[in-house]
Design a protein around this ligand. Structure first.
Ligand code: 1CP
Length: 348
């Protein structure tokens, strides 16, 4: 895409990931394609299930674009899920109504070797990327994603979401060889999956590490930093121009080690991180993303304005992508999202 004078259309989000600092931060919201939107809920009801949406590429492309029709976000995030990787590694995957994801067999019982990987399970997602790419406005940056190996492993080991990620933490201490083999398999699948998304058209990728906060320091080094560093190294060897955002939720004081150790191009901050502290301790010029509390967005009004002003002041001199500190919640009023966008664009 290009402008009438032949220049490529600027993509503000991509520029910030490459280290630029515009007056107004670009923005998108984690989980922006999802259940707070009535048009998503309507499609979900029609299709009957979450995986049915993901595996119908036309439908998944439509859901990816839905939030962009309402809001002038700078980024579109692919509609898929981090649990597509366990599925491609050979686990069964389904969603129990009202409960959450289930994978079988859980690797707390079964051996990794009993699973038969099938990477053709990624193909429908790549097709979604191609369809979105064909219809996205040129100024919007298209983001792909995967889960980080630790977070994905917590689900593969327990076979479901787990309190405090206990089953995976036990296995990591008790049988590090078995756990390490699971992590290695996830690393390989994730490199394939992210490269496939990039080759189909995404322009940057995010590694979601939702449960990074549950690990003790030495375990964090081994199961969060090392595998993410390996993914970054291997994806960059194939696609050096594509920025990688790392989002280690709950990493807290380990954020500087995470940034230095993984080599990600940008770090996502959850809402518990003091933005002034992050700005002081992270390497100069490293782009950051975040970190409005999703609960503040539900409250709206002054709660949002105060937090936005604080975040923007902290990152005045640093490349910054405005986002929430975690995914947008289902009961977030649409008008509060509209208001947030106006507040950010007025403060820049
Ligand atoms: O309609 C529904 O019931 C499905 C809900 C849903 C949605 C909208 C799930 C099931 N996944 C998704 C999409 C999704 N998941 C996206 C793409 C859309 C977007 O961001 O707009 C992304 C990036 C994810 C990432 C994801 N899935 C994470 C990491 C980020 C996070 O929120 O922490 C995790 C942990 C998952 C697992 C998962 N998938 C779905 C659910 C309900 C869960 C969480 C299970 C649990 O609580 O343990």
């Amino acid at each position: 895409m290009s402008t009438p004078d032949g220049q490529a259309t600027p993509k503000p989000l991509l520029s910030v990931l490459r280290g630029e600092k515009p007056a107004i931060p670009p923005m998108w919201l984690m989980r922006q394609a999802g259940r707070y939107l009535p048009e998503y809920r309507a499609l979900r009801a029609e299709k009957g299930g979450f995986l049915e949406l993901v595996y119908d590429s036309a439908c998944a492309a439509e859901i990816t674009i839905q939030p962009l029709r309402r809001f002038a976000f700078d980024g579109a995030i692919l509609f898929s899920d981090i649990l597509i990787v366990p599925y491609a590694l050979g686990q069964k995957l389904w969603f129990e109504a009202g409960e959450g994801p289930r994978m079988a067999p859980p690797l707390i019982e079964a051996d990794l070797a009993s699973l038969i990987p099938d990477f053709s399970r990624f193909e429908a997602v790549y097709e979604t990327v191609r369809q979105v790419k064909a219809s996205l406005a040129p100024e919007v940056t298209f983001l792909g994603f995967a889960g980080s190996p630790w977070t994905v492993a917590t689900y593969m080991v327990a076979g479901q979401g787990s309190k405090d990620q206990g089953p995976a933490r036990r296995l990591a201490y008790g049988d590090p060889a078995k756990f390490g083999a699971i992590i290695d398999a996830i690393v390989d699948a994730t490199v394939t999956y992210l490269s496939g998304q990039i080759e189909a058209g995404v322009e940057a990728v995010q590694l979601f590490d939702s449960w990074a906060g549950s690990l003790a320091p030495l375990e964090f080094e081994r199961w969060v930093i090392a595998p993410n560093a390996e993914i970054v190294r291997r994806v960059k060897a194939l696609h050096p121009q594509v920025p990688i955002i790392g989002f280690p939720k709950g990493a807290a004081a380990k954020l500087p080690d995470y940034a230095a150790g993984t080599g990600v191009d940008a770090v996502g901050l959850d809402e518990t991180v003091d933005p002034h502290w992050a700005n002081a301790v992270l390497p100069k010029g490293l782009p950051v993303q975040g970190n409005l509390d999703p609960l503040a967005l539900i409250a709206g009004g002054e709660a949002v304005e105060k937090s936005v002003a604080n975040i923007m002041a902290a990152f005045r001199d640093r490349p910054h992508i405005f986002n929430l500190g975690h995914g947008i919640l289902q009961d977030t009023p649409i008008e509060h999202v509209e208001r947030l966008i106006a507040v950010i664009r007025n403060q820049g």
